[in-house]
Design a protein around this ligand. Structure first.
Ligand SMILES: Nc1ncnc2c1ncn2[C@@H]1O[C@H](COP(=O)(O)OP(=O)(O)OP(=O)(O)O)[C@@H](O)[C@H]1O
Ligand SMILES: [Mg+2]
Length: 259
């Protein structure tokens, strides 16, 4: 499979207020193939958001390289679409306006972009709020619009940083099913951060497990379930086994499967 994103031995340390260096990433290497869904799981503070900041070019690594497709882009901005934990829609634009803005970034003219945006909203069942401003939408609806916007940005790689963390459990389960369907139809290259092992196993083709900071990749797991994936995949015995393995790697299991 051709690589959409390659990280080679990325290291990063921050300087704390007392002047001491605080290493966050320690030689992280990973790849996301074209059209592949890859998740990162790791303890809080292990540097996952930092990794996205490096990929997005907001900060530079101390060492290592980042490539998108065949091109080295270390320190450059504008190559990924990014979806943060809290919905970040433009509050001064309507829902359609927000979606159209993503399409206009790709060079579509405004009228076409609005038409195509409306078509997309219809497809995801949100045409009823097309002319509303984002603040009147529920958290789940805002995240759907936010995901759609990231999907429609003309970028090769989507980086999603715990997009469902702020949602209640039922809405989150709904969102996972929704995202799975839409992604399986559209197949973008995705790097997805989550604290939920079930979420990572339900959605991903592969999972990288990170250690506590300074983060290293401790394990790469290939998720074996066929696609289109059944929403009740979590009932499969292999699912429970893999979940146990990841929990052990994160130091949260009962130790019986420790490596
Ligand atoms: N700009 C910064 N300056 C100094 N330290 C920082 C900065 N940004 C992040 N850090 C530190 O780097 C470490 C990793 O932070 P990061 O936000 O990448 O973790 P994370 O894995 O995303 O955590 P979480 O799962 O809680 O979101 C933390 O200790 C954090 O305090
Ligand atoms: Mg984070």
């Amino acid at each position: 499979m051709k690589a959409a994103l390659e990280l080679h031995s990325l290291s990063k340390a921050y300087r704390r207020s007392d002047g001491r260096s605080h290493p966050v990433l320690d030689g992280v290497s990973l790849t996301v193939g074209e059209g592949e869904f890859v998740s990162l799981v790791g303890p809080s503070g292990s540097g996952k958001t930092t990794l996205f900041r490096l990929i997005g070019g907001v900060e530079k690594p101390d060492a290592g390289r980042i490539a998108i497709g065949d091109r080295e882009v270390t320190g450059e901005r504008g190559h990924i679409s990014y979806m943060p934990q809290q919905p970040a829609l433009f509050p001064w634009l309507t829902v359609t306006g927000n979606i159209a803005a993503a399409l206009e970034t790709g060079g579509m003219d405004r009228k076409m972009a609005r038409k195509a945006g409306l078509e997309w909203l219809r497809r995801i069942g949100l045409e009823g709020v097309a002319e509303e401003y984002p603040h009147v939408l529920s958290g789940g609806m805002q995240q759907r619009v936010s995901f759609l916007r990231a999907l429609l940005m003309p970028r090769n790689v989507m980086c999603l940083d715990e997009p469902f963390a702020a949602l209640d459990a039922l809405t989150r389960a709904d969102m996972q099913r929704w995202l799975l369907q839409l992604w399986e139809a559209e197949r973008r290259s995705v790097l997805f951060v989550t604290h939920s092992i079930e979420e990572a196993l339900t959605l991903s083709d592969r999972i990288y497990v990170l250690s506590a900071a300074p983060a290293k990749v401790v394990k790469e797991i290939v998720v074996p379930f066929d696609r289109p994936r059944r929403p009740d995949v979590w009932l499969a015995p292999a699912f429970v086994e893999l979940k146990k393995e990841v929990l052990d790697l994160l130091g949260q299991g009962d130790g019986s499967n420790a490596v």
